[in-house]
Design a protein around this ligand. Structure first.
Ligand code: NDP
Ligand code: 13P
Ligand code: ZN
Length: 369
């Protein structure tokens, strides 16, 4: 495990980090986390020397939670702000928003809301060759900080390279008032880094895949931050939102250092992507990854009970029933997971047998016989 390796292994990993000829890491420039930081949007735009012609991408709930308030602040500061309310993270929607951005000659996009709105702003701003600012109204996964966008088409979800936000403005007061299940899901997404990191280490040993100790340690530390504070994560508490956002930022930074989602996406994410494709009603991304992580930790022979207990303490689902997913869908997703991203080597190897899949789901109490 990453924190328990001997000195020789650690030195070898650092040497490998250093041996990479060139690394191009993209990080946000300004990160604001705290109560009422939403009011700082005009200051951030001004600090970044953005001319305040801004396209605000949001959803039908989050337009009222933060979107309209931000528009008012920008207009009061002398800027112009147009709002796009969107429903689906699809390529059609990306094209529509890109066209609007070009016609409006936007200097900057704001992604205001949860995953979907932020992903749409991320990709369409890249198409318009202007920066974007991530303004999450919920802390539901680490995509709020990352450079990748998940776009859905033909019942599939694709993770595409977009751009990192130039700034992240996470108002923890707003985030703490969002439905608690979104925050619990974000904690689950971060806790699932325990198994992503193990998968990455495995791939580095079995396949000589390039490995970054610094990125792996950051991902592992973010999981520890949540697991060690599980008793402090409670509905409606601003301090809980702050803990979750800090861990999500660290997890996002781990992906920036790695230049891919490797430190924060292993077999548990492949299981979640499989569920997104086949389940009648998929659960939240972070919920699925966390439940996947319990099972993948069992496969790794690690302390899966610790992951489950942290999730229980937080109030995140740990079973199929709690996620509203059937036992059959869980087994099918376990059997298909290794086909989702075959180039990414994980503990699933070339796949599980049906009896092994069922056994791991039953032993970890994700499903009942
Ligand atoms: N880029 C990446 O690396 C990643 C991207 N994803 C993608 O992100 C999306 C999932 O994101 P997720 O955030 O889990 O879910 P959604 O974006 O689907 O948002 C969940 C719901 O919560 C609502 N909401 C958000 N904030 C508040 C609030 N403060 N008060 C009331 N309602 C609120 C949203 O409203 P509204 O309708 O207004 O949006 C929406 O209906 C998927 O498309 C997934 O593929 C997932 C993981 C990583
Ligand atoms: O969700 C992610 C990290 O938490 C990103 O992972 P993917 O690359 O699997 O979409
Ligand atoms: Zn994730």
């Amino acid at each position: 495990m990453i924190m328990k390796q001997n000195e020789e292994q650690i030195i070898a990993d650092w040497r490998e980090d250093d041996a990479v000829a060139m690394k191009w890491m993209e990080f946000p420039r300004e990160i604001l986390i705290g109560k009422n930081v939403l009011n700082k949007v005009p200051d951030v735009l001004s600090k970044l020397k953005i001319n305040q012609k801004v396209l605000l991408v949001t959803g039908k709930n989050t337009v009222d939670v933060a979107g309209k308030q931000i528009r008012e602040m920008i207009e009061t500061a002398g800027g112009v702000c147009e709002i796009c309310v969107c429903e689906k993270a699809s390529y059609e929607e990306v094209d529509k928003i890109t066209e609007t951005g070009k016609a409006f000659e936007a200097d900057c996009f704001l992604g205001v809301g949860s995953g979907r709105s932020i992903d749409l702003a991320k990709l369409s701003s890249k198409n318009c060759d202007v920066p974007f600012i991530s303004i999450p109204t919920a802390a539901s996964h680490d995509g709020i900080v990352s450079a990748r966008a998940s776009i859905h088409s033909d019942g599939k979800s694709e993770s595409v390279e977009a751009q990192a936000p130039i700034a992240v403005i996470a108002d923890t007061e707003i985030i703490s008032r969002a439905p608690f299940k979104l925050l619990a899901a974000g904690c689950g997404d971060v806790i699932s880094n325990y198994t992503s990191v193990l998968d990455w280490e495995l791939a580095s040993r079995h396949q000589n895949e390039s490995f970054s100790r610094s990125a792996a340690m950051m991902a592992y530390m973010s999981a520890d931050m949540i697991s060690n504070s599980a008793n402090l994560i409670r509905p409606g508490l601003e301090s809980s939102a702050r803990i979750a956002v800090k861990a999500l930022v660290l997890s996002g930074a781990a992906m920036s250092v790695a230049g891919s989602s490797r430190p924060a996406s292993g077999a548990e994410h492949m299981f979640s992507h499989a569920l997104d494709r086949l389940a009648k009603k998929p659960a939240l991304h972070g919920e699925q990854c966390a439940v996947g992580s319990i099972m993948m930790m069992y496969l790794h022979g690690g302390d899966w009970q610790k992951i489950r207990d942290s999730l229980r303490q937080i109030g995140a689902p740990t079973t199929a029933a709690e996620m509203g997913i059937s036992n059959d869908e869980i087994i099918e997703a376990l059997l298909r997971a290794h086909t989702i991203r075959p180039e990414r080597y994980t503990i699933l190897g070339s796949g599980l047998t049906p009896s092994a899949a069922e056994k791991m789901a039953v032993v970890t109490e994700v499903i009942t016989e």
